[in-house]
Design a protein around this ligand. Structure first.
Ligand code: ARG
Length: 431
């Protein structure tokens, strides 16, 4: 069934090529398509395009479709192009001409737009919840291990004392910035495009404020052309947010791989959470974090993919936009899986104590000793030279005392302040 049937069937080759993966991908939009249709027909009834007697019948039929979707039994039939056509087909099969009325004042262009906005809103909300879970995990690990020192590196060379408190806490705070991007993407998605129809509005007196409030959108994409142009733009904003989270998580995964390496040996995981080698019997590999790193690195290409897909498209609908779904749908899912997996692994992380007592980390403490001399009255440059010369002569022995107290340092992590920052950002979602 084609909604645009004009008495001929398109070539099967053409149909397969243009429908692409939609029959499967659109399943994720099904519940939103029904939700959007419910709002649309309530509105149509309010402006007299659907009879008051018809509305409850249509709503009940849509409820039944929603239940099929909930049960996981909804499919898009062979020969049906997309979810929008499938829902309309089911309504028409059940209610005849009444079902055929619901598309008044609507196009699949604004229908898919509204589906996507509702979908993206939910995906970004769920993403924000996954981020908060990992954030809390990192913060609690930071508190728990705040007194355990680890070497800090610059240029991958031993530099200054750091701590597990700093390490975990740093990634928690980094997620706050990512959350700002997620909140921005959420707010961009949280606008009603319905009523823009094919992209130029309708001669029916559509009540767009009514559908906005029925669908719980914060506001509308007012200008109908802007509404249509938000296809791609919404996805791009989400992609930037996804890429931002992915870059934090990918970096953390890299740290974990490095710190698990025997030459570092700062952390480990229970045997059953590591993976082996088919030839080297001793291996306990960090494959989880390698896959996580790889997935997160790929996710950082998503904004680029979207940009390339949409660059040079002039205003108005183009079928190219359909391909956005192929890019953005798996991206949010993959990122949430990675966040989940990271949180799971961190529940089992084993931290090595007394790392910095090792001889190889002697030079970690040079700055501490320079500062100690400086506090005792030696000008900083003199103190630096004194310690530097001792290192040069091979006579440097560290005191190994670490006393950092300023804001954000080893001894004053300010995790409570960071939690406050996160709470403030979460409020921007206005759930
Ligand atoms: N599958 C289409 C998409 O995602 C639905 C909209 C089709 N609109 C059209 N004018 N052909 O874009």
């Amino acid at each position: 069934m084609k909604l645009w049937n004009k008495g001929f069937e398109p070539d099967k080759l053409i149909e397969d090529f243009t429908v692409g993966a939609d029959r499967e991908l659109d399943l994720r939009l099904a519940r939103y398509d029904v939700e959007g249709s419910m709002a649309h027909i309530r509105m149509l009834e309010s402006i007299g395009l659907i009879e008051s007697s018809e509305l409850p019948l249509l709503l009940a039929a849509l409820e039944r479709i929603a239940a099929t979707i909930e049960r996981g039994e909804f499919t898009i039939e062979e020969g049906v192009e997309d979810v929008h056509s499938q829902v309309e087909l089911m309504l028409t099969r059940e209610l005849g001409d009444m079902g055929k009325k619901i598309h008044s004042g609507r196009s699949r262009n604004d229908q898919v737009l509204v589906d996507l906005k509702l979908f993206m809103r939910d995906e970004l909300r769920s993403l924000s919840e996954h981020i908060v879970t990992l954030f809390n995990r990192l913060q609690s690990l930071s508190d728990k291990h705040k007194d355990t020192l680890m070497p800090g590196y610059t240029h991958l060379q031993v530099a200054m004392p750091s701590s597990f408190g700093l390490w975990f806490g740093a990634y928690a705070e980094s997620l706050v910035d990512d959350m700002e991007m997620v909140a921005a993407a959420y707010n961009i998605a949280n606008q009603n495009p319905l009523g823009s129809a094919a992209g130029y509005g309708s001669s029916f007196p559509l009540d767009r404020e009514m559908t906005t409030s029925l669908l719980g959108f914060a506001t509308l994409n007012y200008n109908v052309v802007a509404a249509q142009m938000s296809r791609g733009k919404t996805e791009r904003a989400a992609a930037y947010a996804i890429a931002s989270v992915a870059s934090t998580l990918g970096k953390f995964a890299m740290d974990v791989c490095l710190f698990m390496c025997q030459n570092f040996g700062f952390i480990s995981f229970p045997d059953n959470l590591t993976t082996g080698s088919s030839i080297m019997p001793h291996k306990k590999n960090p494959d989880v974090f390698e896959i996580m790193r790889g997935k997160c690195n790929r996710l950082q290409a998503v904004p680029n993919e979207i940009s390339l897909l949409t660059t040079n498209l002039p205003l108005g609908y183009h079928r190219d936009l359909q391909l956005l779904k192929d890019i953005i749908f798996p991206a949010t899912t993959t990122l949430c899986q990675c966040l989940d997996m990271c949180d799971f692994m961190l529940q089992h992380i084993i931290i090595k104590e007394n790392i910095v007592q090792g001889e190889q980390y002697n030079y970690l403490f040079t700055v501490e000793d320079v500062n100690r001399l400086t506090l005792a009255g030696v000008p900083f440059r003199e103190a630096y030279k004194e310690v530097g010369m001792a290192v040069q002569r091979g006579e440097y022995t560290p005191t190994r005392e670490v006393n950092h107290t300023h804001i954000g340092s080893i001894g004053n992590l300010c995790n409570d302040k960071i939690a406050e920052k996160m709470n403030k950002v979460v409020k921007k979602f206005g759930f």
